[in-house]
Design a protein around this ligand. Sequence first.
Ligand SMILES: [Zn+2]
Ligand SMILES: [Zn+2]
Length: 321
Amino acid sequence: MAAMAGEASGRRPGWDWLARSVRGQAPFLSAPPPDGRGLCADCRIPVPARNARCYPCGQHAETLPGLLADVVVPISYAVKGGEHARNLWLYKSARPGAGAARAALRALLVVFLRDHGQCVWRAAGMAGPTHFAVVPSGRGRRGPHPLRAMAGPCLSLPWAALELRLPDEPGTRELDAGRFRAAPLAGADVALLDDTWTTGASAQSASAALRLAGARSVAVIVLGRHVAAPVQAAPVQAAPVQAAPVQAAPVQAAPVQAAPVQAAPVQAAAPVLAAPVQAAAPVQAAAPVLAVASAAGRAPAVMPFRPALCAVHARAGDGGQ
Ligand SMILES: [Zn+2]
Ligand SMILES: [Zn+2]
């Protein structure tokens, strides 16, 4: 079955398959709108209008100022009990359906990086990442992290060494700059990947470890921002372009084919991005991020649940903070 494409170790799925997989997931994906109104400035869950951040993110900002991620970008909400949350739970397991969950999540990550990587890098103040990293599992399991094993074949940058110092005691999920240890990373720009964000303590502790190791900037990309119920601000839809309240930024979703994709490395093509994003940043400076060769000559997949936007698409100009 198609869901198995690319599931075998080391095999890279083709771009068409990846794009189709994400279109198939659209009905159960939903995303924070980039205007950020009513959402936590960091993790994008709904907060009361007078608050800039949710409680955990506010605590983290006070606890480790200067060591947290430059930007946190959830690709989608993971609604408790929903299909996406189920995939995020299943992909690490050996249960039936784990392979399909891995294939789906890998497609989502790769398509997002292809279509919106530039938004994230710009919001984090980097031309592009020099390294990928994953937030280590708190249990200290052996072997490569399932997220790295899943995405690695499609990604082309070196991986920053990041590990848990000691297996977590049960219940320890606090923000702690000493919880993880990273190898020296002087001047590195790191794309830190995580599967699920709940309080963000793990991802922010990992960001702190990367910074203490010398990283210049850290952008956290999360496959699923856990929420207990659907977030009204961003209704689930495989929707028509105008559905999203696109403010200020002139983001024309439609002319997908306009992007001259072939010449540049994959991510440099910045396919769907609005003009300001391409104009401002030294886009080509970065090394290729994706190793999915067939993506280079294809039209961007366009995140179908949010045709031309991501959580920082229109916020990139203010640094995503
Ligand atoms: Zn938050
Ligand atoms: Zn974007």
